[in-house]
Design a protein around this ligand. Structure first.
Ligand code: HAM
Length: 413
C-alpha cells in the first residue's frame, strides 16, 4: 500500500481529468460506491473458485458479526448499487467510477495490495456495437494521454452453457496430460480448469499450446457476436490480437473479454481488463440485464505514462508576491486575493523574511512572475513586476497590473 506525494499526485490528477473528459465524450457519468461491501456480494459475483475470493480478499467481521470485505474490484459494487437504487428497469446506463481496490496478493512491481482502478460499466445493451465502443473508448484514452505500444488481446468466453462444454473438453485434455501439470494446475483442474490456461509454469504453458481452443467451442450466437466485434474493430482501425488463452481472473464474464497489455512494465503487463457479463445482474437478484465494462489499473498506467513522458506538465503558480514593510503585508494579501479572483495562480510570501530570500523563494516556487510590493509601491499605488526567467523588471500602476501580468503570461506560453 503506497503513499502518493504531491509530485506523484500531479500525474494521477492528469490521468483522472483526462479519463473523466474522455468518458464524458462517450456519455458516461460518474458513480461513487462504498469501499466495503458484504463478502457474499464478491463471492457470488467474482466466483468462489477464483484466486481473488479464495485467498486475496481483506475480509473481517463487523460488530454485528456480518462478514464484510474491502472491495477487490469495482464491478460488483456498481451492479449492487444500480440494482438497489432501481436503476436497471428497462433503462440504459453508462457509469464510470474510480477509487482504491484491495487484494492480498504477493506484492511486486505493478502489483499492490491497495491499488486503484478507473473503470466503467454500461447496462442494458447486448449488442456487439457496445463492446466495440468501449474498446474504442480505451484506444481514444491512450491516444489522448499520448501512450504508445499497447496491445489489445481479444477473446470470447461464450455462454455459461458453451463454456461448460468447453470446460469438459479441457478437463478431458488435461486428464490425459496429468504428468505435465504442476501442483497449482492440478488443484485448478478440480476447481477452475480454465485458469490453467493462464499458468506461468513453463511445462504447462507448453502444454497449453496443444489444449483445445475455446473459439472452437463457441455457440452460434457468441461466435457471431465475436465476428461482429472484430468487424467493427477493423472498420474503426483498432488493431487486436485474437487470443483464445485469455480467460480473465473473474467468473462473471460471458462472450467478449479483452485486455490491453504492454511489454514495457515487466511481468504485470495488463493495464486494462474487461468484458461482457450478461448474467451478473440476474445472479445478484435483478432481471436479466446485459452489461459490459472494464477496469484500468491506474498504478500500471501511470508507470507507463512516466516511462513514455506522458504525465503532462504540473501547473505552476503564475505569480509570487514579494512584500517588504508592515503596510505592504496586508496590501499584499489583498492584492493576492484580487489576482486569484482574476484567475491567476498566486502565492503570497508569508513571514517577515528579507527581500532577497523572498525573491529566492519566488524563484523556487516555479512562478513565472514576482510582483514586488514595498512601502514605496504601497504609497504610490503601484507594483513592480519581475519576470523571473529573465530578471527583467518594470514598475506599473495598480490599475494596469492585471492587464500587464496577463499580457506577459500569454507571451510566455
Ligand atoms: P481485473 O483484470 O481484475 O478486472 O483488474 C483490472 C486491472 O486492474 C488489471 O488489468 C490491472 O491493471 C489492475 N490490477 C489488478 N490487480 C492489481 C494489483 N494487485 N495491483 C495493481 N494493479 C492491479 C477487474 O477488476 C474487473 N472488475 C474489470 C471489469 C469491469 N470487467 C467488467 N467491468
Amino acid at each position: 500500500m503506497n503513499d502518493f506525494l504531491p509530485h506523484d499526485v500531479d500525474c494521477w490528477q492528469y490521468l483522472e481529468h483526462t479519463a473523466a473528459r474522455v468518458f464524458a465524450l462517450y456519455g458516461y457519468r460518474e458513480i461513487r460506491v462504498p469501499v466495503v461491501e458484504k463478502t457474499d456480494l464478491f463471492a457470488r459475483s467474482i466466483g468462489l473458485a477464483t484466486d481473488i475470493v479464495e485467498k486475496e480478499m481483506y475480509s473481517f467481521q463487523d460488530r454485528n458479526g456480518d462478514s464484510l470485505s474491502l472491495r477487490p474490484e469495482g464491478t460488483a459494487g456498481v451492479v449492487r448499487a444500480a440494482l438497489e437504487q432501481g436503476m436497471l428497469h428497462n433503462a440504459v446506463h453508462r457509469l464510470w467510477y474510480t477509487g482504491p481496490m484491495f487484494r492480498h496478493e504477493r506484492p511486486q512491481k505493478g502489483r499492490y495490495r491497495q491499488f486503484h482502478q478507473i473503470g466503467l460499466e454500461a447496462f442494458g445493451m447486448a449488442e456487439a456495437e457496445l463492446d466495440a465502443e468501449i474498446i474504442v473508448l480505451t484506444a481514444t484514452l491512450w491516444k489522448e494521454l499520448g501512450i504508445q505500444d499497447v496491445n489489445l488481446q481479444l477473446n470470447s468466453l461464450g455462454t455459461p452453457e458453451s463454456r461448460g462444454q468447453y470446460r469438459d473438453a479441457l478437463v478431458a485434455f488435461y486428464e490425459q496430460h496429468r504428468a505435465s501439470l504442476d501442483e497449482d494446475s492440478l488443484r485448478r483442474l478440480e476447481t477452475n480448469p480454465m485458469r490453467i490456461l493462464d499458468s506461468k509454469d513453463k511445462t504447462v504453458s507448453q502444454l497449453n499450446k496443444e489444449a483445445p481452443s475455446i473459439l472452437d467451442h463457441l455457440d452460434k450466437e457468441s461466435a457471431e457476436h465475436l465476428d461482429r466485434v472484430q468487424e467493427l474493430l477493423q472498420s474503426l482501425d483498432v488493431d487486436y490480437h485474437l487470443n483464445a488463452g485469455l480467460v480473465r481472473g473473474l467468473d462473471y464474464y460471458t462472450r467478449t473479454v479483452f485486455e490491453w497489455t504492454t511489454d514495457q512494465l515487466g511481468a504485470q503487463s495488463a493495464i486494462c481488463g474487461g468484458g461482457r457479463y450478461d448474467g451478473l445482474v440476474e445472479t445478484l437478484g435483478g432481471k436479466p440485464t446485459p452489461a459490459v465494462g472494464f477496469g484500468i489499473g491506474m498504478e500500471r498506467l501511470i508507470e507507463l505514462m512516466r516511462l513514455q513522458s506522458c504525465c503532462g506538465e504540473p501547473e505552476q503558480p503564475d505569480v509570487y508576491i514579494v512584500q517588504t514593510g508592515m503596510d505592504a503585508a496586508s496590501a499584499a494579501m489583498q492584492l493576492a486575493d484580487q489576482l486569484r479572483g482574476k484567475g491567476f495562480r498566486t502565492l503570497c510570501n508569508v513571514g517577515s523574511t528579507g527581500f532577497k530570500s523572498q525573491l529566492k523563494r519566488a524563484d523556487r516556487s516555479g512562478a513565472a512572475m514576482a510582483v514586488i510590493l514595498g512601502e514605496d509601491e504601497v504609497r504610490n499605488n503601484s507594483a513592480t513586476i519581475k519576470e523571473l526567467s529573465t530578471g527583467e523588471q518594470l514598475s506599473v500602476s495598480e490599475d494596469n497590473l492585471v492587464e500587464e501580468l496577463r499580457r506577459r503570461l500569454q507571451d510566455l506560453e
